[in-house]
Structure formats: C-alpha cells, structure tokens
Design a protein around this ligand. Structure first.
Ligand code: GRF
Length: 205
C-alpha cells in the first residue's frame, strides 16, 4: 500500500479522520509519518496514540528546508503526501519529487476564498462577509502556489443566516472529514487521471 506522510500544523482533526479510515481498512494506504512544524500541534498526540512516527521540521532556515524534508521523506520511504491543516509553503523540490502525489484540503470552494492569507477562521469570516449562500471544502493536488492546484474533490454546505464563523467552520470541517479520506483513497489506488487542470476519477459525477 502507498506509504503516506501527513503534514499538520494544528489540531489535526483531518489527520484523525484519516487515522479512523485507515483503522477501518478504508484508506488503502499506510499512514507512515506525521510531519509537523509546531511542538504544540494536537496532531502529535493523535500520531502517538495511533503509533505513527512523527517528526518536527522547522521551515527555517528556508535554504535547507526542501532538502531536510526530502531526506526525511526518503528515510520513511514516503510515496505520497497529504497536507491536513499545514500552513507552510511546500518547497518546489518536494513538489517535483512527488508529481501529482501531494493532496491539500482547503475549507472553501476554491478558487473562491483561497490563496495566501486564507486559512482557518479567516476563510469563514470572508465567506460570511461576502454574503455567500453556500460554502464547502476542496481537496486539490498541490502545485507551487497556495491552493491553486487541480481540484480532486469538492462538496458544498449551506450557509445559514444564523451562522457565525465558528458554526460555519464546524459544518465545513465535518464535510472535510468525509472528503479527505475519499480523495486519499483515490490517490493511493492510482485512480487519479490528471489532464492539465482537470482531474478525472471514478467519483467524478
Ligand atoms: C481545516 O479547516 C483545513 O481545511 C484547513 O485547516 C484546518 C485544519 O483543521 N487546511 P484540523 O487541524 O485538521 O482540525
């Protein structure tokens, strides 16, 4: 099975969803490593509870981040990468070493409310401020920029008049926990066919 590294900077609830799917033999991949950039990431205790090795890699000095990442991924024989709430930019040499094998999940319907500075509550605040009637989540392949790679899966949730950024975030997050494992299954089973910006797979409508 494909050996995956999950990158997480925060709570790691998406990482938790992947762990649960793997436990149910529904991921079709091995969660072989957690990479984080913060000692206090909640994802670390999830990795420890699940017996998954974790490494802390600081992006500074930037000049060596790419080679340090690649050396670590090689050491753990990693074949694919999932960014699950990871806030750092992935160096170009890592993207080139894993062509169409790096997934990211973003809590909006990209390209709306994506790109530099759009993360966490900022996304949901912007969606509410704009007056959108739906929002959602996007899983996409990672390219050299933030949130701009080809879309693998998207799904929508309603935005309620009564919503706060927190209530909207919670609704989107529970959708993320469905979408990310489904996208990882497609990646791990080699079912993603990428043609330019378009990604074709069996879950495509
Ligand atoms: C999620 O909203 C995800 O879309 C975004 O960062 C958040 C991570 O949440 N990339 P968690 O750490 O997985 O709970």
């Amino acid at each position: 099975m494909m050996r995956l590294a999950v990158f997480a900077s925060g709570e790691g609830s998406n990482f938790g969803a992947l762990i649960r799917a793997a436990r149910r033999q529904e991921l079709g991949a091995t969660l072989a490593l957690l990479v984080t950039d913060r000692e206090e990431a909640g994802a670390i205790s999830r990795a420890q509870d699940a017996g998954i090795p974790h490494v802390m890699l600081l992006p500074r000095p930037a000049e060596t981040f790419g080679e340090r990442l690649l050396a670590t991924l090689k050491r753990f024989q990693i074949e694919g990468i999932v960014l699950a709430g990871y806030l750092r930019h992935i160096p170009a040499e890592v993207i080139h070493a894993f062509p169409n094998r790096i997934l990211n999940i973003h809590p909006s319907l990209l390209p709306a409310f994506g790109g530099h500075g759009f993360y966490g509550m900022r996304v949901h605040k912007a969606v509410l401020a704009y007056g959108c009637k739906i929002s959602g989540a996007t899983v996409h392949l990672v390219d050299e920029h933030f949130d701009t790679g080809p879309v693998v899966l998207q799904d929508a949730v309603p935005v309620l008049d009564s919503d706060t950024p927190e209530t909207l975030a919670a609704r989107v997050l529970s959708l993320e926990h469905e979408l990310l494992p489904a996208a990882v299954r497609l990646l791990a089973s080699g079912q993603l066919r990428v043609e330019g910006r378009r990604v074709f797979h069996p879950l495509s409508p």
